[in-house]
Ligand binder design. Sequence first.
Ligand code: R5P
Length: 223
Amino acid sequence: MNEKAESTQQEQKIQVAESALALVPDDCVLGVGTGSTVNCFIDALAASGKRLEAAVSSSEATTERLAAAGIQVRELNHAGTLDLYIDGADEFDGHRRLIKGGGGALTREKIVAGASRKFVCIVDESKKVGVLGRFPLPVEVIPMARSFVARQLVALGGQPELREGFTTDNGNAILDVHNMDLVDPVTMEQRINNIAGVVTCGLFAIRPADVVLMATASGVIEF
Ligand SMILES: O=C[C@H](O)[C@H](O)[C@H](O)COP(=O)(O)O
């Protein structure tokens, strides 16, 4: 990506982060995702002075950024059902189904999304696809199951590649799966999650986002 495209993408991340802020009710319990778009959202949230009852974080990185912004973080186990979850994505399709986990935070993100009444996904226009799967699908695996899971993923038609030198917040490994056929992402999410040793995969198809806000050159579009 050239410098101009990068700065446009960054502007779009800020733009969509700011529009998501308008959806955050005062005094709510808010789930906060992970990634560069969510970082823009945390910055906008901190600058807005909006009052939250609590924030629940989906990663160590987000917890750190929230704390640095003076926003208190509550453990999910002490939070009950969350009012709203805001997170980014690596890809989304026309049914608001997602691929997530480019930053390796997919498992906690899926947990916090699942614990929330509403999931609003914030993206720039580079993330929109007709069919999921251009972005390699991240799969979090228990380290001792890595080779076994990789063979199962090959049997499902993918080409898994170990994310070298990376350990998730949960102490696990990530396999990035290339060329997976995701025409039916719900079935594939179930199949992959059923492999012993898989913690979860980065498909959010069984529980898609409720709303996707996408920044474009001419404003934010809602799906
Ligand atoms: O593990 C990371 C998350 O799923 C992110 O939400 C995703 O990778 C999108 O990140 P970004 O906003 O940096 O493109």
